[in-house]
Each structure stands twice: as structure tokens, then as C-alpha cells.
Design a protein around this ligand. Structure first.
Ligand code: HAM
Length: 430
């Protein structure tokens, strides 16, 4: 007999019931915040056509695809992100979709990544996207939603030393700067993919990569120096006053002020993001302590993606917020809850003869909406009560032969009080 490997496939997770309770809690907060902002939930299949992810700019995500041919020779992939599926769905709706639309989803995504802390080969990603709104009011709203979630999760987002920072840039700042150097269109997207890796590969390797795209050493140096700019004033000092990226950042900051999140925003041109489809605002949410170097969430404006799929010009902006990093951060700070199992009552028939009456009582209580587990194990009282307490049940209903004959059930309140009383079976519909 061969024994099976008990580990899940490398880089993916199992969710035991206790993990699942945490996941359900997290998704519940995400859904609650989405509801508060008027977003509608959508979904798509994790299996998509591979062509949805093929991009000229050489995005890393394309290289990390779990892709294969089906038995029918169709090229398919497990989605690495939700945005292309969203664009496909929106495009499919056509003019029937009332714009602006606010859509959210919590897809599971797969990327063949080098695993590190905060990075796995599978993750769940809360996405909120606004379709058909060109104003940076959309970005401000999305950032405010992220902050509302963090507040609900217990993080400090209100004081002068908050737990998180929103690092924000706008690709148009650099795009217009590069256009002045003759770099436009697809080359711009390719430049973004390279400079996004600068943190990892360093300035020298970045310049080498940029040279492969035909940039001179002077141009590369100029881009790299621009990337080191932080704060709106410094950006304004480096680019012309009518640079559309600068104007958008200024407007965004004013709206962030209005929604009470401006203190969390740090304008930082080194934020590029690795996805080539972004065209305007790009932002990343980080743990301010720097203990986890990975972004908690990332988003941006992608006003041209629909056109690359053959659709009409449609402004779109959104973010992806993974479950892995945030859970690590909440765990580190002792903020991760241990949600209860949701069992209110355990009904304990002491022998098989009492099974029918136990079953009737359980049905009666369930019909009232209570969570009921019947302990049919036949184990000793000590075990049963121990298990019921460990499961967080509030009451134990004991059905011994004598009790049933006397037409009563012993109801024991679990927890510190431990009150016990005999209650007529009729009270529980039995
Ligand atoms: P992204 O930056 O690639 O953006 O991913 C967004 C978030 O997903 C990350 O900040 C992180 O929380 C999580 N994430 C990504 N990869 C992994 C991984 N391997 N392991 C664990 N967590 C991960 C996007 O995917 C864009 N489609 C987001 C977006 C939506 N932009 C506009 N709308």
C-alpha cells in the first residue's frame, strides 16, 4: 500500500475548520466594507483562457502563469489576478451596463511565485473596481474603503503614528516626462515593468534593462532620479505645472483630505506597480513599521485595458487586497480573532434509546435558528461536556433514560455559571 503525501501541493494552503472560520471572518469584513460603499459582488471561474494574460510588455505575472492545454487543445490558465476577467465581463455586458459601476469580488488567484513570507502560490484577493469613472474621486473612494476595512480589523489608522501607509503615485508623471525623451506607447509600459523591479535589482541592473529598450544612459539616470521623488511639493519642483499626473495627484490629495485619510497618503514616485496595464494613479498599502516588506494591497487606474481587449474606451480603477499579508500582520499584532464555532446547544442522548427524542429536540431548536449539535457518540458525560465546552456551546441538554421517562431534560448552562435545571420535554417540542 502506498501512503499519500499529507501536505498540500507546494505553495498552496489547506483550510482546516479553524482556519476557515478566520477566512470567513475576513471575507465578512471585506463584504461589509464593499456594501458600505455600494459595491455589487461578482465572480468568474478560476479557469480562464490563457490569451487573457498575454501582454507585450513582459509582465512578471504572465511568466508566473499556471497554464496548460486542455484535452481539447485549448490554452487555459488558472487566473493569477481578477482584473482581466473583470474587463471580459464588463465588455460582455456592453451598453447594458449602467456606468459608473461598482463591482467587487473575492477570487482565489494562482501565481507560480518564488515563495517568501507573505507570498504564496495561491491567495484570495479582495478586489474593488469602479468602472466608467474618470475622476480621481474613484481612487479616493477606493482608498477610503481600504482604510475602513483596516479600521474594522482593529489597526490604527487614526493617530499621528498609524499602522499603515498608502504610497501613491501617478504613472502619468513619469509618462509625460518620458514622452519628452521620446519614449511612448508600448515602450512606456515596458519601462514601467522594468522600473518596478528597481527595488529588487538595484539601479545598475535597472539601467542595463532600460538600455535594452534603447534608452540612453542619461535618460535612464534621469528616470531613476525622478523615481526618488517624494511629496507633492518635490514632484511639483521637478515636472512642469501642467503635467497631468501632478494635477491628478493634487486633486486626489484634496479628496483624501475630505475623506479623512490624507494623513496616511505618501506621494512617492518610486511606486510603479508591476502590471503594465496601469495608466494613471498607482498605489500600494504598506505596514508602516516595515516589518513585512510586502505590500498589503495594490491598485491603480487602467483606462486602456478595455481597448486592448477590443472594447470601447472605458475608464477603470481598482485594487487587489490579498488575504496572506494582512492575516500575518493581524496575527503579529494579536488582532486576529478566534471566531466561535457557532454551536449554541449540544444535545446529549446518553444511550441509543434516547436518540429519537434527542433528534426531535434538535429539530425544534434548529427551527428557532439555534446552532445544535447532537452528541450521538455514546461517550461518558465527562467527555461530552468537555467537548461541548471546547466547542463554545452555551448549553448542554442531557437526556438520560430516567429523565426521558420522567418527561424532562437536564439543561446545563455552560461557562462560568453552570446552572442546571430540569425542563419538561414539551418545552422543546418533544
Ligand atoms: P497585485 O499587486 O499583483 O495587483 O496583487 C494585489 C495584492 O494581492 C497584493 O498586494 C497582495 O496582497 C496580493 N498578492 C499578490 N500576489 C500574491 C501572492 N503570490 N501571495 C499572496 N498574496 C499575493 C493585482 O493583482 C491587480 N489585478 C489589482 C487590481 C485590481 N488593480 C486594479 N484592480
Amino acid at each position: 500500500m502506498t501512503t499519500i503525501d499529507l501536505q498540500p501541493v507546494k505553495g498552496v494552503r489547506d483550510f482546516h475548520p479553524e482556519d476557515m472560520r478566520v477566512r470567513t471572518w475576513l471575507f465578512g469584513l471585506w463584504r461589509e466594507v464593499a456594501r458600505r460603499y455600494g459595491f455589487e459582488e461578482y465572480d468568474a471561474c478560476v479557469l480562464e483562457s490563457e490569451e487573457l494574460y498575454t501582454r507585450k510588455a513582459g509582465d512578471e505575472i504572465t511568466k508566473q502563469l499556471y497554464n496548460f492545454a486542455t484535452k481539447g487543445e485549448d490554452r487555459v490558465a488558472l487566473r493569477p489576478e481578477m482584473t482581466p476577467s473583470l474587463a471580459r465581463l464588463v465588455l460582455g455586458k456592453g451598453a447594458a451596463l449602467a456606468l459608473p459601476a461598482r463591482w467587487f469580488a473575492i477570487p482565489q488567484c494562482f501565481r507560480y511565485e518564488n515563495m517568501q513570507r507573505g507570498r504564496k502560490r495561491e491567495h484570495f484577493q479582495w478586489n474593488m473596481d469602479i468602472i466608467g469613472l474618470a475622476s480621481v474621486a474613484a481612487e479616493a473612494e477606493l482608498m477610503a474603503a481600504q482604510v475602513d476595512f483596516l479600521r474594522l480589523a482593529g489597526l490604527d489608522v487614526g493617530t499621528a503614528k498609524p499602522d499603515v501607509v498608502l504610497r501613491v503615485s501617478n504613472r502619468q508623471v513619469i509618462q509625460h516626462f518620458l514622452a519628452g525623451l521620446g519614449i511612448e506607447g508600448d515602450s512606456f509600459a515596458a519601462v514601467c515593468v522594468i522600473i518596478d523591479k528597481r527595488d529588487k535589482i538595484g539601479d545598475e541592473a535597472t539601467a542595463v534593462e532600460l538600455a535594452k529598450l534603447g534608452l540612453t544612459a542619461e535618460s535612464s539616470a534621469a528616470i531613476i532620479s525622478l523615481l526618488d521623488t517624494t511629496g507633492l511639493d518635490q514632484v511639483a519642483a521637478k515636472v512642469p505645472a501642467d503635467n497631468p499626473g501632478l494635477l491628478a495627484l493634487r486633486e486626489l490629495l484634496a479628496l483624501a483630505e475630505a475623506s479623512g485619510i490624507a494623513h496616511l497618503v505618501k506621494i512617492d514616485l518610486s511606486v510603479i506597480r508591476g502590471l503594465s496595464y496601469y495608466t494613471g494613479t498607482v498605489w500600494e498599502l504598506f505596514d508602516a513599521s516595515g516589518s513585512l516588506p510586502r505590500a498589503i494591497a495594490g491598485g491603480g487606474r487602467y483606462d486602456k485595458l478595455m481597448e486592448t481587449f477590443g472594447g470601447p474606451p472605458t475608464p477603470m480603477v481598482g485594487f487587489g487586497f490579498g488575504d496572506v499579508v494582512i492575516v500575518e500582520i493581524l496575527k503579529e499584532r494579536g488582532l486576529l480573532p478566534t471566531p466561535p464555532r457557532g454551536i449554541d446547544d449540544v444535545v446529549y442522548p446518553m444511550a441509543a434509546a434516547e436518540f429519537p427524542v434527542a433528534t426531535r429536540i434538535a429539530a425544534f431548536l434548529r427551527a428557532q435558528g439555534r446552532g445544535v449539535a447532537v452528541d450521538y457518540s455514546g461517550r461518558r458525560f465527562k467527555h461530552v461536556i468537555g467537548r461541548a465546552e471546547a466547542d463554545g456551546a452555551k448549553r448542554l441538554l442531557v437526556l438520560g433514560g430516567d429523565e426521558v421517562k420522567a418527561g424532562v431534560v437536564t439543561v446545563r448552562t455552560l461557562g462560568p455559571e453552570k446552572v442546571e435545571e430540569k425542563v419538561p420535554l414539551a418545552t422543546f417540542g418533544a
